[in-house]
Design a protein around this ligand. Structure first.
Ligand code: ZN
Length: 149
């Protein structure tokens, strides 16, 4: 199990160092800002939509490795999905990172399972969920910045 943990760690570090879909989408259909005051993580999420489908997604921000890796993994996971699918994935992801430590990752979380270890560190749950809260605000077209508090 500890070997597996190390592997997960490597994926997280890789996404932190080389975040996918990192940048701003000029003239994005939707955009929202998120802030996690507990850790100081700040993120902006940009979306382009074709009807209900997320055709493009990107993020910008500065924060800890977990917040950045989670945002990077999220953009990979939701590109091409519908808004409803992205919301459902957030539900499964949130369940995974707040489950008790012995529960296996829920089905259908795919690569996001690398963040399951976060549930052992309650203060990092907000780091891992910030990108998703910000995504939800972008989907809802909220213009107020969201915080994890
Ligand atoms: Zn953080």
């Amino acid at each position: 199990m500890s070997d597996l943990r190390e592997l997960y760690q490597e994926v997280i570090l890789d996404h932190n160092k080389h975040p996918r879909n990192f940048g701003e989408i000029e003239g994005a259909d939707r955009h929202a800002d998120g802030y996690n005051p507990l850790c100081g993580d700040r993120l902006a999420v940009y979306l382009n939509l074709d009807g209900e489908r997320i055709t493009d997604v990107a993020f910008l921000g500065s924060g800890c490795a977990i917040s950045k890796a989670s945002a990077s993994l999220m953009t990979d996971a939701i590109k091409g999905r519908t808004v409803a699918e992205a919301r459902a994935l957030f539900g499964r992801f949130h369940a995974m990172i707040t489950d008790d430590a012995d529960a296996p990752p829920p089905e259908g979380v795919g690569k996001l399972a690398v963040l399951a270890g976060v549930r052992d560190y309650p203060t990092r749950v907000k780091c891992a969920s910030l990108a998703w809260h910000t995504l939800r605000a972008a989907c809802d077209d909220l213009h107020e910045p969201v915080t994890t508090e």
